[in-house]
Each structure stands twice: as structure tokens, then as C-alpha cells.
Design a protein around this ligand. Structure first.
Ligand SMILES: C[S@@+](CC[C@H](N)C(=O)[O-])C[C@H]1O[C@@H](n2cnc3c(N)ncnc32)[C@H](O)[C@@H]1O
Length: 291
């Protein structure tokens, strides 16, 4: 076990690409995953979404997250903490005409291109750290973090900042993968997939579901609701191998090469699938909480 840990740690050092470089270089690749530039997994509902049409599931994830915010005509300000290309912001703004949305990302590429995609919408992406934003305290009616807080290990700091920028009674919704047990309790296969996933997708760590609830409570969040969405998410995770093959073939035909960051992203996607198969160790959750 000790030797495994040492090897995995060494591997981690060799493989890690800085998160910002990763997103600056690999974000374009997500167009193969989603024509709407949704950089997350999907939510399957039989007869509503089509299992063969990935974007219907990815947009349903947007719908599920936004729905839990209880946006009304009076709720006007939404923060997307780790917004990627603003896919969820555009979805929310299309559905709620009174809404204004601000997204933050550390990637220059996402800020520039995401803002271009937001032209004509009441939304803006800022190049800022979600752990330390420039927003005033008590600004937002709602905040979301879809597959973004994992980059900071679902840390207390991220939760504290989300709490700070929300107005009293404001809602936070997090959609992400979490561990069902402590890393030390993972079996060899889960541990391997987990380490590889973190390295290739530049994730600090995944928190356990138990600890994230504690962190939210400790911060002062109330009405914490935890929903295990793993089976809803699974059909979109199963798209990963086909997307990888189609991406690699396209790249090889067009440019005859693969960027290091693209390769990391593809490997990360593969390890996400591998982790997803360890259903006793990993789960995908939608967490709602109120300030
Ligand atoms: C997997 S993408 C998800 C993007 C988006 N939420 C979506 O679902 O399409 C993760 C995002 O988190 C952002 N991110 C990671 N760490 C961040 C930080 N400390 N501050 C701001 N954004 C961060 C990345 O730049 C990226 O946009």
C-alpha cells in the first residue's frame, strides 16, 4: 500500500498540468462534447431527454440546477462560480428574462470566448478566483457551482466565499462528484482511478459527501438538501469513450497531432468513466443550500 501511494504521488507530480493552462488550451475541445459548450455531465430523464443526443442531457443538467434556485421575477442576480464558457448562464438567461448573471473563471480563454457567446444576454464573465471574488457581500440571490469547486477540493474557502456573496435567504446549488468514503478507505481500483482523475483534470481532491455537508453547516448554510443523481448522470458518462474516439480521429485527420492538454483532458474523461464505475466509492450529487 505504501509503495502504491509513493508511485501515485510521483505520478501526480509528473502528470499535473496547471489548471489555468489546462482550460486555456483544452476548452476548445469541449465543442466536441457539447455544441452549447456545456462543460459538465448530463441529467437523463426518460422520454424528456434523448440518451443518444448528449446536449439534451447536458442542458437538462442546467435545467435541474437552475430549477433548484427557485428564481422568481424578483430574484435578479445569479453568480456562476467556475462558469466555463457560460453555458449554464446562457441557459438561465434564456429562461429568465429578468435575470442578470455574473460568472467567474480563471481562464483567459474562457473569459474572452465566453463573453463573446454571451453577447446579447444580460451576462458577464470575469476572470476571477471563486475563492476570493471582487463581489460585494450580500450581492446575489442565487449561486451555482457545477463541477467547478472540485478544482479547489470543495474547500471551506470556496463555500465561505459563496456564502459571503449570497444575500440572506439566497440559494447555492452545487452539482459535482463526491467520494462516498474517505480516500484511505478506497479499494485499489477506486484509489487508482481517483488519483488519475485528479491529476488529469487538475482537481485538488473530491470531498466526501459527509464532509461537504459538515462544511456547509459549519459555514451557516441551512435547508441543506443532498440528492444522489448518479443514475441520472450515468448515461452521459457512458458517452465518454465514443467522444474520445471521435475527438482523436478528428484531430489526427485535421492536424495529425494532439496537444498535451487535450491528451490530459481525454485521459481525465476516461478516468471519470472508470471512477463512475466504482459506484460504492463515487457518486454524483446535486446539493442545495440556503444562506
Ligand atoms: C469543468 S469546468 C465547468 C464549467 C461550468 N460550470 C460548466 O458546467 O460548463 C470547471 C470550471 O471551473 C473553473 N475554475 C476552477 N477553479 C477556479 C477558481 N479557483 N476560480 C474560478 N474558476 C475556477 C475553471 O476555469 C472552469 O471554468
Amino acid at each position: 500500500m505504501k509503495a502504491t501511494t509513493i508511485n501515485l504521488t510521483r505520478d501526480k507530480e509528473n502528470n499535473r498540468i496547471e489548471m489555468i493552462d489546462f482550460y486555456n488550451e483544452a476548452t476548445e475541445d469541449y465543442e466536441v462534447w457539447s455544441s452549447d459548450f456545456n462543460m459538465h455531465f448530463g441529467y437523463f430523464i426518460p422520454f424528456k431527454t434523448n440518451v443518444f443526443k448528449r446536449d439534451t442531457m447536458l442542458n437538462e443538467m442546467n435545467n435541474q440546477v437552475i430549477k433548484r434556485l427557485n428564481i422568481t421575477k424578483d430574484n435578479k442576480a445569479l453568480a456562476d462560480l467556475g462558469c466555463g464558457m457560460g453555458g449554464t448562464m446562457r441557459y438561465a438567461l434564456k429562461k429568465n428574462k429578468n435575470l442578470a448573471a455574473f460568472g467567474v473563471t480563471l481562464s483567459e480563454f474562457q473569459t474572452k470566448k465566453g463573453n463573446e457567446l454571451l453577447k446579447g444576454y444580460n451576462g458577464t464573465i470575469l476572470k476571477e478566483n471563486y475563492n476570493n471574488t471582487s463581489f460585494s457581500t450580500n450581492t446575489f440571490d442565487a449561486a451555482i457551482a457545477i463541477e467547478s469547486f472540485c478544482h479547489s477540493g470543495h474547500s471551506k474557502t470556496s463555500i465561505k466565499e459563496a456564502y459571503r456573496v449570497l444575500k440572506p435567504k439566497g440559494k447555492l446549488v452545487i452539482a459535482d462528484a463526491f467520494l462516498k468514503k474517505q480516500p484511505s478507505q478506497l479499494c485499489y481500483g477506486s484509489h487508482y482511478a481517483y488519483n488519475k482523475l485528479c491529476n488529469h483534470w487538475s482537481l485538488k481532491k473530491l470531498e466526501t459527501i459527509e464532509n461537504i455537508i459538515e462544511k456547509l453547516k459549519h459555514q451557516g448554510f441551512a435547508e441543506i438538501k443532498i440528492e444522489n443523481a448518479s443514475f441520472r448522470v450515468a448515461p452521459s458518462v457512458l458517452h465518454v469513450p465514443f467522444t474520445i474516439i471521435s475527438f482523436v480521429l478528428k484531430q489526427l485527420v485535421n492536424t495529425k497531432s494532439l496537444k498535451r492538454e487535450s491528451l490530459h483532458n481525454l485521459k481525465g474523461s476516461f478516468y471519470a468513466l472508470l471512477s463512475g464505475l466504482h459506484m460504492k466509492s463515487f457518486g454524483y450529487y446535486i446539493i442545495s443550500a440556503t444562506k
